[in-house]
Design a protein around this ligand. Structure first.
Ligand SMILES: [Zn+2]
Length: 226
């Protein structure tokens, strides 16, 4: 955590955060909310990759061939892309990395670039995650999302907004959720270990609603701001 005085102003706190969490655990939503609350951009690897590809930058052209084959690209390329992103002016007070680092190699490269202040690790057990995902119903027309238990539409199986018949997306089927969860666990376990050894990890209980989890994230961040 760097604190430096700005003329005639209270000290600015620079926060460089990383967020980890299993797929379908609402990590993206939490990252957006944190970004808004603390005024630091959410640097999401997936969005950034799409941006580079769309703008046909040098990185984008290289990355596209990997994306086309369903892979993420080599660490070197990803690190270069993140390095460029966090040097933009909007990152002057810090940033929240979402989807990066994904490998130990990337974490080591990141460390050469900068010191991360805190890694927020959203922990959700598979059963809770599966319950949430498997009960999700989506509108194929307007993309509204419901849940058979926690967020029911007014008429069962029908979209409140446009009247379409709701579906369960393949992404939300138990088998898919289970596979993605397993892959996530395998990929992040070494990273979590890496940051735990450095004393940078804070485990966040990811159970309950969006607001409950957000409250815990904010409480965790406040511990390093004081
Ligand atoms: Zn709809």
């Amino acid at each position: 955590m760097n604190k430096y005085p700005v003329k005639d102003a209270s000290p600015v706190i620079i926060m460089k955060l990383v967020i980890f969490g299993p797929p379908s655990a609402g990590k993206g939503t939490q990252a957006q909310k944190l970004s808004k609350k603390y005024g630091i951009p959410q640097v999401a690897t997936g969005d950034l990759l799409r941006e580079h590809v769309a703008k046909k930058t040098q990185i984008g052209i290289k990355v596209k061939s990997y994306l086309d084959s369903g892979r993420l690209g080599p660490d070197e390329l990803i690190v270069q892309m993140i390095g460029e992103r966090v040097s933009r002016p909007d990152c002057i007070n810090g940033y929240l990395l979402d989807g990066f680092p994904r490998t130990i190699g990337q974490a080591q490269e990141l460390e050469k670039m900068t010191d991360v202040d805190l890694v927020l690790n959203i922990v959700v057990d598979f059963e809770a995650l599966a319950e949430r995902a498997v009960g999700r119903r989506s509108c194929p027309k307007c993309a509204a999302v419901y849940h058979i238990e926690f967020n029911t539409p007014k008429v069962q199986g029908i979209c409140d907004k446009c009247g379409s018949k709701l579906i369960q997306r393949d992404d939300d089927k138990e088998e898919t959720v289970r596979n993605r969860f397993r892959v996530f666990k395998e990929q992040t376990a070494p990273l979590i270990e890496y940051y735990r050894k450095k004393g940078k990890i804070l485990d966040i209980d990811g159970s309950g609603g969006i607001d409950a989890v957000f409250g815990r994230l904010v409480a965790a961040i406040e511990t390093i701001r004081t």
